[in-house]
Ligand binder design. Structure first.
Ligand code: PLP
Length: 299
């Protein structure tokens, strides 16, 4: 590709070293036109949602929390019993794709690996990079959330691992359906609650909240994602001398918190300004400093 691009697609030749390449002897990845169809209609990612993905923030051309994202990508693959992604090949494709993009202050990378075409034992993999849309309003004004029952107990990751809770799978139809339900309830976003009443995560975010001098999150082991942004929020808070911790929280623990945020790559920290119609205080100074910190991250 000779010119810089407004969005970039790289297709991996061999997404996993444990499976055959698509073209023997070809380079690790090739750039392709993201405006043209590239995926087979027989790909299990498209027909069954059988695959995994990551969304990574890029600040001024630097992928943030890249190694954490790659670790989680590998962990999602293991949960789905997909061939292990070749992380060196993925890292190279990600970095090269970012380099191809027209320079912008904020962009994002999506990595997708599917089980490929049924019967071929050859995963499909691609990296897509594009500028980020403007999230400044949601980062300052925040979101009104509703708590919705996810319908599973908080311990299903251990009791029913075949449900793939805690893996970042392509099967996000439910995560989108709940946003439509939120809209019907005059809200912007959702916090999932387990059927036995514990706070889990948002459909595309981790939940972080403040009680006094402590910044808390439900943490892992509850069938929720190991959030890369949540980890960086904790580092930021610890740098300010705040205590951080994981806590099995009930709905009321969250309602009674001093402040709460939905945190994720790309959108970063969105303060929660109402839960189920009840207003919640927004800590504008802390939120502003937190988002500035997340935007400036270089790792
Ligand atoms: N939980 C879910 C279900 C998500 O989809 C995401 C991100 O998309 C997160 C949590 C937050 O993860 P991260 O901060 O690594 O983006």
């Amino acid at each position: 590709m000779e010119q810089m691009a407004l969005h970039v697609l790289a297709i991996l030749n061999q997404p996993s070293a444990d499976a055959a390449p698509h073209a023997a002897g070809a380079p690790a990845f090739r750039f392709a036109d993201p405006g043209e169809p590239q995926l087979s209609v027989l790909d299990l990612g498209a027909t069954r949602g059988d695959g995994i993905f990551e969304s990574i923030s890029v600040g001024n051309g630097r992928a943030q929390a890249l190694e954490h994202h790659l670790r989680r990508f590998a962990s999602s693959a293991a949960k789905l019993e997909l061939p292990a992604p070749d992380l060196d090949a993925w890292r190279a494709a990600i970095l090269a794709s970012i380099d191809e993009l027209d320079p912008v202050s904020e962009s994002w990378v999506k990595t997708v690996m599917t089980r490929g075409i049924e019967g071929h034992d050859q995963p499909t993999g691609w990296v897509y990079v594009a500028p980020t849309s403007d999230f400044s309003k949601v980062r300052t004004e925040g979101v009104r959330v509703v708590m919705l029952d996810r319908g599973y107990r908080h311990d299903i990751e251990h009791t029913a691992p075949w449900l793939l809770a805690g893996a970042k799978t392509l099967s996000y139809a439910v995560n989108r359906a709940v946003l439509r339900e939120a809209k019907r309830r005059d809200a912007d976003d959702v916090i999932f609650v387990s059927s036995d009443g514990f706070v889990l995560e948002g459909p595309t975010s981790s939940v972080v909240y403040r009680r006094g001098d402590r910044i808390l999150t439900p943490g892992t082991g509850l069938g929720i994602l190991d959030g890369t942004t949540q980890a960086n929020v904790f580092r930021f808070a610890e740098g300010l001398g705040l205590e951080t911790g994981f806590e099995l929280a009930r709905e009321d623990d969250l309602r009674e918190a001093d402040a709460a945020w939905l945190v994720s790559s790309v959108r970063l920290a969105a303060p929660v300004r109402a839960i189920d119609g009840r207003p919640m205080a927004v800590d504008a100074d802390f939120t502003g400093a937190l988002n500035a910190h997340l935007l400036a991250l270089r790792d």
